[in-house]
Design a protein around this ligand. Structure first.
Ligand code: AMP
Ligand code: MG
Length: 346
């Protein structure tokens, strides 16, 4: 199959109208959102949804998120809308927050991987909203990468993974948030299954206490069942070893300097993903400043792009841990998974 690319700015309506027809006809369209690029299919058509799993090589037991263009679209997708969901939708939709609740009867089992709940989000990106409206159906979409690789934050990333596997790519430039949406289940006590741009602190201002699933910052233990099936699979990994140093920024810099020298002496090619605060610590070493430790959202915005930039080009990527507060929780969740939980603290 030939993958057609439309520029979402210059070919605005042509692109989204055509892509909307492709979705209705059961095809696959990659589209920009404020989080990462999504790989969309008609969320009410099980056969179309099955093609997403095939194109990505996604494990069959990992459910998808349905994307809607207006809040009231949720009515048809959930059994009912709980009060806390209404308040969260008013506060954060459109935006990077996915809500999980008990599904209605119209959802094909391919979307939910057989679960009795379904995840729904209203994205903020204009092109995503225009596409969903043009399609006239909820769009099921995971990130538009080959399963296991870092999520795509530009159309070039999508093309690198999906050329020839999908019908259309809408190119809307780089994504602003850079990590996938926060996933919050409202079945039982509200619990974050995946942290993202809408933080625990922000959610708690609206609905009070919110739990964080233990799998967010550590691997599943033997016999433990994943609350969110996606958390048990290998994720976000570039073609290079990723090592995370944690502690104060001074400690982190000294760990990375020491390990970099050891790796270099072994003939390994290395890169450091540094921050504004450690800019002057890595003298004479390969370093890419990707953001500011005090503004973890800047690190989220650059992480996947940086992992792809050095994938296959270096042997080791050294990265700095940050405090797990605000968007730092999302950053650490992605970084720890990308590293396979390879952490150095002394
Ligand atoms: P992705 O599509 O790559 O953004 O991943 C979607 C994430 O949401 C994965 O971690 C899924 O496991 C999770 N997810 C989607 N639907 C559900 C659900 N009904 N219950 C629990 N987790 C879900
Ligand atoms: Mg993904």
């Amino acid at each position: 199959m030939t993958t057609e690319i439309f520029n979402a700015k210059t070919q605005k309506e042509n692109g989204t109208n055509y892509a909307g027809r492709v979705i209705r006809a059961g095809g696959l369209v990659a589209f920009p959102t404020e989080t990462v690029y999504g790989l969309g299919a008609n969320g009410l058509d099980g056969e179309a949804v099955a093609k997403i799993f095939e194109a990505k090589g996604r494990p069959q037991d990992n459910p998808l998120i349905l994307h809607v263009a207006k809040k009231s679209d949720v009515k048809a997708l959930w059994r009912h809308i709980p009060d806390n969901a209404k308040r969260l939708m008013d506060a954060f939709w459109p935006g990077p927050l996915t809500l999980i609740f008990v599904k209605s009867d119209i959802i094909p089992e391919e979307v939910t991987a057989g679960l009795d709940t379904v995840a729904v989000r209203m994205p903020e990106h204009k092109t995503a909203l225009a596409l969903i409206r043009a399609a006239g159906v909820p769009i099921a979409a995971p990130s538009a990468n080959i399963s296991g690789r870092p999520s795509p934050t530009t159309a070039e990333h999508v093309l690198a993974d999906m050329d020839g596997r999908i019908d259309v790519i809408l190119d809307g430039g780089p994504c602003s948030v850079g990590v996938e949406s926060t996933v919050l289940t409202l079945v039982g006590k509200p619990r974050i299954l995946r942290p993202g741009g809408i933080t625990k602190e922000m959610l708690e201002q609206i609905i009070g206490e919110v739990e964080v699933d233990p799998s967010v910052l550590r691997p599943l233990r033997e016999g433990e069942v994943a609350a969110s099936p996606g958390m048990k699979h290998k994720h976000y990994a570039p073609d290079a070893e990723v090592v995370v140093a944690v502690g104060s920024w001074r400690r982190i810099a000294s760990i990375i300097c020491r390990e970099y020298e050891i790796a270099e002496a072994m003939g390994k090619r290395c890169i450091i993903l540094g921050t504004e605060q450690t800019r002057t610590c890595y003298h004479g070493m390969n370093c890419d400043i990707i953001g500011n430790r005090d503004l973890p959202q800047t690190l989220c915005a650059e992480l996947f792009s940086a992992l792809r930039r050095y994938s296959g080009k270096v042997d080791v990527i050294f990265a700095e841990g940050v405090p797990e507060t605000d968007q730092g929780l999302a950053y650490m969740n992605r970084l720890l998974r990308a590293s396979g939980f390879t952490v150095l603290d002394k």
